[in-house]
Design a protein around this ligand. Sequence first.
Ligand SMILES: [Zn+2]
Ligand SMILES: [Zn+2]
Length: 363
Amino acid sequence: MNTSATVTYQCPNCSAGLSFHPEKQKFCCEFCLSEFTEQELAATETARAAEEAASEAAERAAEEGETPDEEYCAQMGEYHCAACGADIVCDEATAATECPYCHNPVILGGRLAGQMRPQKVIPFKFDKEGAKEKFREFTRKKWFVPKEFVSEAQVDKICGIYYPFWCTDADTTAAMTARATRVRTWRAGDYRYTETSNFHIVRKGEIHFEDIVTPALKEEDREMLNGILPYPSDSLQDFSMPYLSGFVAKKRDIEKEAVREAVRARMTGYAQTLLQNTIHGYATVVPTAPRMLTKRLHWDYTLMPIWLLTYTRKGKTYTYAMNGYTGKVWGQLPVSGKKLAVVGAIVGALAGVIAGLLRFFLF
Ligand SMILES: [Zn+2]
Ligand SMILES: [Zn+2]
């Protein structure tokens, strides 16, 4: 008979729940048969908390020295669009005149201030002509698009913009436990036997994450970004000023502090999937949430290239975007009411003919 009471301590050896056995005055693990005193467990808990704190500290120490870059800021002008509120930056030679989003004039707000220099950049692989050609290809067969949308004057407004992202690399140790069962049934004479074996499963592994991409913009169009991602990892280059020449960049408005938890949650999610996929051959598996320690977390402020074309029609803005490196396109296309009315009429007429035929056959 088991007289033990359940407590919240976890076995330091196998992570199973421990139970207190009064006769021994010890906490016992029913899975690995280890025994611990209260003092031993308290010490383990303290060590574990210290380990977690050290991991957080290591993470932050790696980020020290990331202060605003004076030299980079001095070479960059900051522009503001009074019409749509967009904030863009570009180098002195490029000098933006028009808002890439609403095509109204932009005002130079002065030198850029308080910004880090990007660490990485993905250069544009398509120039403006190449981007225009891709757009024409995309719209060629979409005959319901209004003529003005594909006019030369409109297409010429296509603008090369660098979007800011956080690119995260990490070294982690992840561990998870699960309860699992295997069931065996057999027959002997008039009896049918069922044997259920219980397993306590522990999985632990070192996981390296590379280039986890998170947008560094609050306002940006997530749907658009999802439509043109991904960028291949091997396209990342070390940043240098000439890459910006002739292009504007959207000003970053999300610091890494704001996305840290989300990035961790994503890594923990990936870790759980990876570890869970190694558990096979059980009838049931009930996993617990994984525990993850970060040994190194590295952030690269990265600019990624997008060719963007916007078009406003009846107060609604349509956005067409192309991945400036891979050429993958995404677009919300305006629909010409006039052209649709014509289709409506044709479909209506066909339906009429079909209805007429049906009636003919039924009679
Ligand atoms: Zn144990
Ligand atoms: Zn604007």
